[in-house]
Design a protein around this ligand. Sequence first.
Ligand code: TEU
Ligand code: CA
Length: 549
Amino acid sequence: MKRVWWKESIVYQIYPRSFNDANNDGIGDIPGIIEKLDYIASLGIDVIWLCPVYKSPNDDNGYDISDYRNIMDEFGSMADFDLLLEGIHERGMKIIMDLVVNHSSDEHAWFEASKSSKDNLYRDYYIWKPGKNGGPPNDWEAFFGGSAWQYDEKTEEYYLHLFTTKQPDLNWENPKVQSEVNDIVKYWFDKGVDGFRMDVISLISKRPEYSDMISPVFEETIAKQYANGPRVHEFLRNLNKEVLSKYDIMTVGEGPGITLEHGLDYVGEDREELNMVFHFDHMFMDMGEGGKFDPIPYSLVEFKNVFNQWDEKLAGKGWGSIFLGNHDFPRIVSRFASDQEHRIKAAKLLASMLLSMRGTPYIYQGDEIGMTNVAFESPSDYRDIETLNYFKSLEADNKNPLDYIHNVHKMGRDNARTPMQWTDGKNAGFSEQTPWINLNPNFPDINVEDQERNTESVLNFYRRMIQFRKDNPTLVYGDYESIENNHEQIYAYRRWDETNEYLVVLNFSDQEVDFNPIITGLELLIYNYSDATEDLLMRPWEAKIFRVN
Ligand code: TEU
Ligand code: CA
């Protein structure tokens, strides 16, 4: 495969509200990030992905943008942003921003104009439809519950919002919307930004029929009806041709509904659309009939299959992204490994995986110290709109949210949004002020300061793994093949090219497993038990990476 910087990069994702609070108002901010740039650089990170920092009424924590060219007051000013950009570049790192253009905020000037009358110039920036039989135009459900249509009394029509009512969907059929997006992207590239993560980019092209939901299963509806619409590739190719292709930048499209079948349409090297996508096949694996708050068990075999199938699909044709969590999902160690007695080993095992697969690795803030899920006692401790809507829907069904709060403990997005744990001191060193969302009470045990001092910490293991990947391009570009696919506890795979071969063996279980593949000449390089030996008797959550001689 063609060598390019973004294939060799390791990305660190920052959720600014929860990262570091410099002015002590309880909310993370841009100056807070600047204070921590040396820390991020010390991990060996190449690219920082910054979640939205634009002006926003924060109905969905910045994913509802009211001005695409200005910074949210709570996070600082444009001058602060410019300093951040400079600080990142000075340290030899790059920055990608979040591009949220499937929808804007309802407080964006475009929407204010759009809703003011049926014949104003901005009416067609959004998707307005008359009602049907005294109700909405169709039965579409929004991602965060309720109808995807909101009635507006002034003009007596409904507007589409696939997310909250404060996130009206933009109408990409309107060429003016497309050129507005081009201009926004160009504006940030001209400032020196190095790329974009494109929020729900799979949803921008709507199917013009607007027919009723094709399936009661929301996942199926998303993939077949909301996502991958008829013009999405045309839109992306135009954006690429007009703007993206003129800069040395990287793009990663986020996409519910981007399945194996569609992946290459977005990232095929001959497509001239995007560099990478985030698909959700492993993130929705445990989703039950009732959606994400109705989790069901899954097996390691299914988990491995997702990675195997995607790798095979993209091999030689497009580039993948490797991630296990972000600001929308539970903490990775709690979800895919173990946050109990084996937490430290389990967190290192996930680091071994993230950083030895083919595809660009994305590390979410706090995962590098093994932060875990949190279980707040009261519904009123929660902040995320998705979770709050879930509680509301339970109440509407005359159910007590407390009887269901365990689902939120397991699946809620706030698990990943508790403040970053810097120290064991006041508010974990995040802020002098009570934070906007409670801390995870385990910060005295899990924090950066403590792990800096400990050579065997999760943090220092991440550093070693990152360095190991950088020293070994085989781990970036080499072939990938998983072995013993049907093994229910062990995930093992080979990475190789003409010069090197590695074997990664990961025990995803609480049991000791005697793993016996017939491979000789193993030389142990990386491991998460200090007394590890070259055999393959794998202890709980043990991880070993070998050179194969
Ligand atoms: O998330 C898109 C998305 O698919 C989510 O709705 C995801 O399914 C959900 O969070 C799982 O619980 C993106 C952003 O990452 C998210 O933070 C935003 O809320 C959403 O888009 C709307 O902009
Ligand atoms: Ca602040």
